[in-house]
Design a protein around this ligand. Sequence first.
Ligand code: ADP
Length: 269
Amino acid sequence: MLSIVRSQEPDAGQAPVKIEGSGIVKYYEGKKRSTLALDNISFDVRDNEFVSFVGPSGCGKSTLLRIIAGLEEMSSGTLKIGGKDIEGPGADRGMVFQSYTLFPWLTVRQNIEFGLTLQGIPLFEKRRISERFMELVKLNKFANSYPKELSGGMKQRVAIARALANNPKVLLMDEPFGALDPQTKHSMQELLLDIWEKEKTTVVFITHDIEEAIFLSQRVYIMQAHPGRIKQTVAIPCSLRSQAHAKDSDAFLKLKKQVVSLIGDHADE
Ligand code: ADP
């Protein structure tokens, strides 16, 4: 059965909480006025959970993800990862952005090994790790290619491999498939689910694409804009994506309709 739960409702008997945000407020100070981007955001993400934040443009998704990444400071509130306050960026969080952020002068292998090189990991170990992740994202044959020789989907596969190679506790994804054509986007979503199941990574994913959020996630936080708030949490049954052509199933379409109407109801508030 589909279930819609209130945002702070505890889920008994699940994995421990990995990320916990409470009362997060974010103002952007301008010359003439300040913008309230996030208003009293509270959420949690459990160990190995795949959680999405979905909402219209301007609801604060990127701001929230950047705060979790430690790239942006919150105005007030608390945010903990593994029970510790987040203070700036850290190797415990890997980030994948919508725009392709590969180093153009490095090959696929060198891009994936970049963080490992910075950490001083010995060559043999670096090679072992990059081989494993190139295999995971199915890019072994392109180890020596440069980003300009790759399609958009392939570049994002390298970006995912690069983030995972550093063994982060949490993968933060900012609309990573937003610039891809629908078919490539769908195969990337399937690949990401496959990786998530194999690697047991905790994923925080932001998107404005409701279908994408439902397809990928175990839970979806629905946000509204002006100011950015969380309106609802939707628990997604895993049975929803386990069947062939999952996105066309009656259950999937029914839930999508529910989420669309939830966002629609509040988008202009
Ligand atoms: P989303 O990712 O959901 O589109 P954002 O997090 O980008 O939303 O933006 C949330 C709100 O904060 C918007 O009103 C946006 O205009 C404002 N905002 C975002 N970044 C800045 C910034 N650097 N300076 C001022 N306002 C900003």
